[in-house]
Design a protein around this ligand. Structure first.
Ligand code: ZN
Length: 86
């Protein structure tokens, strides 16, 4: 009557492999969520990873963080002539 309490394959057979870790909440945005923006006038693309050294914009500067005085280095179009790339 004093059999050790072994649960041998009865009941708790939940031996499924764990799922791959779910990276919670990360959408499939590129980089740090900084988008490229394209000049609708000349097609020049602002890449936040590059910035715009010609106007003193450091690499890693999001388009949204560019000063209002910033203009397209190619054609001089203002920021509101730019369109966000998906
Ligand atoms: Zn332009």
């Amino acid at each position: 009557m004093d059999a050790p309490h072994h649960e041998d394959g009865s009941g708790q057979g939940d031996a499924r492999a764990p799922l791959a870790p779910y990276n919670g909440g990360t959408n499939c945005e590129e980089g740090d969520g900084m988008s490229k923006w394209e000049c609708t006038v000349c097609g020049w693309v602002y890449d936040p990873q590059v910035g715009d050294p010609s106007q003193g914009i450091q690499p890693g500067t999001a388009f949204e963080d560019l000063p209002d005085s910033w203009v397209c280095p190619e054609c001089g179009a203002p920021k509101d002539m730019f369109e966000e790339l998906g």
